[in-house]
Design a protein around this ligand. Structure first.
Ligand code: COA
Length: 151
């Protein structure tokens, strides 16, 4: 069940140490600090979810007039499966809808949790990039998902 004392807000460069540590805690192939710094500098849509004032998850989205791209999303493991990513991404989708036609993302073929999340939000798989990601053993395919925003 969703904790009542939760809120979604922008994150800034001052939050990056926390964002990086969440990304490292939930993702085997996390972004480096410099990737997040570039997103903040480029004014990507950088939002976090807080529980009782502590950041427990985040999303980074590059918003463009036609095609936007969800670049990163992560929720601390102890807060997963409680609806936080859905809530965060619904807020991102709302912002994109005002400015963009489609929202794209790429996900590892093995990432069943993220794929189920995107499908629950009505993203459709529209393509595949073979051997796109480095993996523990060799390489792994990326699946491309898209959400039509103005239908
Ligand atoms: C993917 C991730 C962001 C989901 O966050 P979350 O807050 O746990 O997701 P939610 O609780 O909002 O779940 C929404 C829906 O996603 C699906 N889902 C989420 N986690 C799942 C899991 N472990 N297994 C199967 N389905 C899952 C379910 O359909 C769920 O709806 P339901 O609870 O009604 O069944 C989280 O697992 C995470 O941070 N993973 C590591 C980082 C990552 O993989 N990011 C995506 C990179 S493309």
């Amino acid at each position: 069940m969703m904790t009542v004392n939760s809120a979604i807000s922008p994150f800034t460069q001052y939050d990056l140490p926390t964002i990086v540590s969440i990304n490292e805690a939930c993702d085997s192939f996390p972004w480096r600090l410099s990737h997040f710094e570039q997103s903040v500098s480029a004014k990507h849509h950088c939002v976090c979810v807080k529980v009782n004032t502590s950041i427990i998850g985040f999303a980074v989205t590059k918003i463009n007039p036609f095609e936007s791209e969800l670049l990163q999303v992560g929720i601390l493991p102890e807060y997963q499966k409680q609806g936080f990513a859905s809530r965060l991404l619904l807020s991102v989708i709302d912002v994109c809808k005002a400015q963009s036609q489609q929202l794209f993302l790429e996900v590892r073929e093995s990432n069943v949790a993220a794929i189920a999340l995107y499908e629950s939000l009505e993203f459709n798989c529209v393509g595949q990039r073979n051997n796109y990601y480095p993996a523990a053993k060799g390489r792994e395919n990326a699946l491309i998902f898209a959400l039509e925003l103005n239908i």
